[in-house]
Design a protein around this ligand. Structure first.
Ligand code: UTP
Length: 266
């Protein structure tokens, strides 16, 4: 049987240009969905899957994330004195989460952000969570992917069926359905024109990756947008070993996009 997934990586070093000017000084991942910053939803999702070690890849202007998960002594004292027990518990539990931070000096792409975690991950499989993809809290996507990983011991990408008009915004797979909702991936195409898309199955922000991805990322040249693309590395990986896709059954909100953010809030 394959080992358990113990670590989750949160790459948050992107510039968040779709939300400028809000994200000029404020990290996109700290934008609230009602009363919690985006990133907290992803952390809580991983905690619900018994993942207890977190690695956040940060960059410039992202210090608010570290403060959010730090001890807030004065605030805690104030809440204690005023008897606001429930709020106090909520604030304190943020400080109990085990998070390591890594700086990605230059935002050289998602692939590069993941490569930055190599010294911390070493030789284990790990989860990657893109926190602007909000998965409905009642959905078991990551749990199901971890269950599948136990069986196949191979990388797994979360997939969602998307309408043709939106397909150009995603990485899209070509694959064979091996069991309902589980695809063996043959190829990935990054942001295809609708007529070139091999399917309507788009990659969304949850991955289970194996450490052999690091070797490929290390040798990767910058691709589209001058960034080290995870999709390019995954295309190389799937020539060497099986890579699977798991189709989301419930709802996902793309909170990195203005309309998606509003929908997630509602
Ligand atoms: P996006 O492509 O969504 O970029 O990155 P972004 O910066 O978050 O947002 P826009 O498109 O400019 O509005 C996908 C994920 O990869 C991370 C981002 O933080 C996001 O979670 N990322 C991207 C990095 O950590 N480093 C990078 O160099 C690029």
């Amino acid at each position: 049987m394959s080992e358990m997934i113990k670590k989750a990586i949160f790459p948050v070093a992107g510039l968040g240009t779709r939300f400028l000017p809000a994200t000029k000084a404020l990290p996109k991942e700290m934008m609230p969905i009602v009363d919690k910053p985006m990133i907290q939803y992803g952390i809580e999702e991983a905690l619900a899957c018994h993942i207890k070690q977190f690695i956040v890849v940060t960059g410039k202007q992202k210090r608010a994330i570290e403060d959010h998960f730090d001890c807030a002594f004065e605030l805690e004292e104030k809440l204690r004195k005023s008897g606001k027990k429930r709020l106090l518990e909520e604030i304190k539990k943020l400080n109990e989460i085990n998070i390591a931070y890594i700086r990605q000096g230059y935002p050289l792409g998602l692939g590069h952000a993941i490569l930055c975690t190599k010294p911390f991950v070493k030789d284990e499989a790990f989860a990657v969570i893109l926190s602007d993809d909000i998965i409905a809290p009642e959905d078991t996507l990551l749990k199901d992917m971890m269950k599948l990983y136990k069986k196949v011991a191979a990388p797994i990408l979360a997939l969602q069926r998307v309408p043709k008009s939106e397909i150009h915004r995603y990485g899209v797979i070509d694959g064979i359905e091996e069991e309902p909702g589980v695809f063996r991936i043959k190829k990935l195409v990054e942001k295809p024109e609708p007529e070139e898309a091999p399917s309507d199955l788009a990659i969304i922000g949850r991955y289970i990756l194996t450490p052999d991805i690091f070797e490929i990322l290390e040798k990767s040249e910058p691709g589209k947008g001058d960034e080290i693309q995870l999709t390019d590395a995954l295309n190389k990986l799937l020539r060497k070993r099986p890579v699977y896709g798991y189709v989301l059954k419930g709802n996902r909100y793309d909170a990195g996009d203005k309309f998606g953010y509003l929908k997630a809030t509602v």
